[in-house]
Ligand binder design. Structure first.
Ligand code: 1VU
Length: 300
């Protein structure tokens, strides 16, 4: 009886945590018409979003449209949503590296796609679609890192802010160029940038459309580290090594750590504390916890 009650409480808590992660920001009540915008985006094809899931629990997500400096076409936006859904269901995952193909990160939305959806309602629908996807990406129970080689421009700069961390290669650049396009960020990059660098620095970066090189990014706290290698495979190896400091150990514990931080980052304190309690319940008495109690490690 007591065991089945505990099991029920555990399952309810688990369900609540998963639901919090997948909940959509926008629905019809907000004027969001997902099927309509998906149909529209389908018309603008090109490039791809590639995902490889490695045995060590690290996923590599590549923005792949090198002819256009990895600009996001409509079908790439749709593919990103699919890959995020796949990652949500990857129970062995611990970390994620997001990078671009061909030695550059991403030049934002494909200007050909953007030109073809000029009215404000369609623009907002696209923006709601991308905000939904990037919010789900940010809430994945994986420790995520944007590996910035070359340029992260416009929506590409916004994409970097949906990751927990950013690593930059020598000579790379993050730039919110929206002002020069008569725009502001719309993929959630403005709100996330404020939380990363603070409102003053965010306002300077957006209103000045400033180029952020690796040195400036480190100074602002936008980047964690400048990697040594400027080229694709060397920098990916370095990013893997950097990430492994945080992903070593059992998936259940690493994922729980990310979930606790997500709750702390997003929820009012009391809700965050309750969620932390629920997540704690998923690891307390679990295999990693029991093994540690047997080993009795000393943390010197
Ligand atoms: C969410 C809202 C947004 O994302 S607004 C921001 C949209 N993005 C932009 O405005 C970026 C425009 N592109 C640029 O500023 C430059 O191409 C950057 C990215 C700095 C790269 O310069 P550079 O290294 O000299 O390469 P390049 O200009 O020769 O580019 C190679 C080919 O790629 C193309 N390209 C680049 N970015 C985009 C884009 N976002 N949409 C469509 N095409 C793009 C360039 O036009 C160029 O093509 P082509 O060789 O001239 O045919």
């Amino acid at each position: 009886m007591a065991v089945s009650l505990c099991k029920k409480i555990f399952q309810t808590a688990k369900k609540r945590i998963i639901q919090q992660r997948r909940v959509s920001l926008y629905n019809v009540a907000h004027g969001y018409e997902e099927e309509l915008i998906k149909k529209k985006l389908q018309q603008f094809a090109g490039g791809s979003i590639n995902l490889s899931k490695e045995d060590n629990g690290i996923g590599i997500l590549t923005v792949n449209n090198p002819q256009l400096m990895n600009a996001f076409t409509g079908t790439m936006m749709l593919e990103l949503q699919e890959k995020v859904a796949e990652l949500e269901n990857w129970k062995d995952g611990k970390g994620l590296i997001i990078c671009g193909a061909g030695n550059t990160f991403c030049s934002g939305s494909d200007l050909n796609t953007v030109k073809a959806i000029p009215n404000s309602q369609d623009g907002m629908n696209m923006c709601m679609f991308m905000q939904n996807t990037l919010t789900r990406l940010m809430r994945l129970p994986l420790i995520s890192v944007a590996l910035i080689q070359g340029k992260a421009i416009g929506g590409g700069a916004e994409l970097t802010t949906a990751c927990d961390f950013r690593l930059m290669t020598p000579g790379s650049e993050i730039r919110f160029v929206h002002k020069h396009m008569g725009l502001v960020p719309g993929w959630g990059g403005g709100a996330r940038l404020v939380r990363i660098v603070g409102s003053g620095a965010a306002l300077r970066l957006l209103s000045g459309a400033l180029k952020v090189d690796p040195e400036r990014a480190l100074h602002l706290g936008l980047s964690e580290e400048t990697l040594l290698s400027p080229e694709e495979s060397g920098s990916l190896e370095e990013a893997r090594a950097w990430l492994s400091q945080y992903t070593e150990g059992p998936a259940s514990v690493i994922r729980a750590a990310k979930q606790v931080v997500t709750a702390g980052r997003e929820l009012p304190l009391e809700d965050a504390l309750r969620t932390e309690k629920d997540i704690f319940g998923t690891v307390w008495g679990g295999p990693a916890n029991l093994q540690a109690l047997v080993r009795r490690p000393k943390h010197k």
